[in-house]
Design a protein around this ligand. Sequence first.
Ligand code: 13P
Length: 342
Amino acid sequence: MSDELRQTATTLVAEGKGILAADESNATMDKRLEAAGVKPEEETRRELRELLFTTEGAAEHISGIILYDETFRQSTADGTPFPKLLQEQGVVPGIKVDTGAKPLAGSPDEKVTEGLDGLRERLSEYYEGGARFAKWRGVIAVDDQHPSHLCVHANAHALARYAALCQEAGIVPIVEPEVLMDGEHTIDRSEEVTGTVLATVFAELREQRVLLEGMLLKPNMVLAGYQCSEQPGDQEVAERTLRCLRRHVPSAVPGIVFLSGGQSDEDATVRLNLMNQMGPQPWEVSFSYGRGLQAAALTAWRGDRDNVQSAQAQYRHRARCTGAARRGEYSEEMERELVGSS
Ligand code: 13P
């Protein structure tokens, strides 16, 4: 079992590759579809995922794709189940298993992620269906008064319980404690909170006997709050992020897979690239982007069949740029090399 976990984790952070987080809940996906002028319904959600998953050449840069339960059970128009389609391309199917962040009793302005009830049974069904890794996202909001000790501990505890159950089922847990960057907080505060959260998460993972070699960490980059008047440069973001991770993430963890978290596509790519240019780290430094890989494709598609090819070109382009950043080989010139978008 532990060999399988190690093997899956290593495959997910293979050189030049990272993860596509296409696991938006139906509610989140519907909001994004509506914003792009697409009717939000099961079929359009399926069509968008088919467009992404059948993009030629993307699998050169994508090691795994995280799916939402609905997508996990859907198929291409010609009847190939999505998990099978991914396996055929050598892409590992993953599954989001949390059921969302809910108000935290005791500190109702903050959230705790739910989904532990029945998780063992769900994981075993997902494994049967081909899933070999999973995701659970805890969210930590920051302001002068928050996060509370309670919020950090409750989320860390749930993340570790989820991770232990995943490993029991042969599934690699992606542990995602996301410190949100909405707000006016400085980068100093962001680094401090991210450090506290990571320290708490790894203490819980240890307590609950999670095999560090068989998991991946999905953290935020250390940024200033998006409404902060002082915004750091990319170099500072890269340096602070790596410093914070080196202080708190054991070297037994095979990889860090960042979320993009509302950064622009280019910012998310440039900063990942800089981190990979800063010499070898104790773990692989990779990506698990949602918006950072898909936003341009969704805008190009707009629900119109005639736009499928140009949308796929946008996704292939972002996958290629981000894959290059994963090796520290991205350059701004690459942004101009959008091929096949006729
Ligand atoms: P973003 O890259 O859009 O932040 O999404 C990643 C993710 O999976 C958040 O849970």
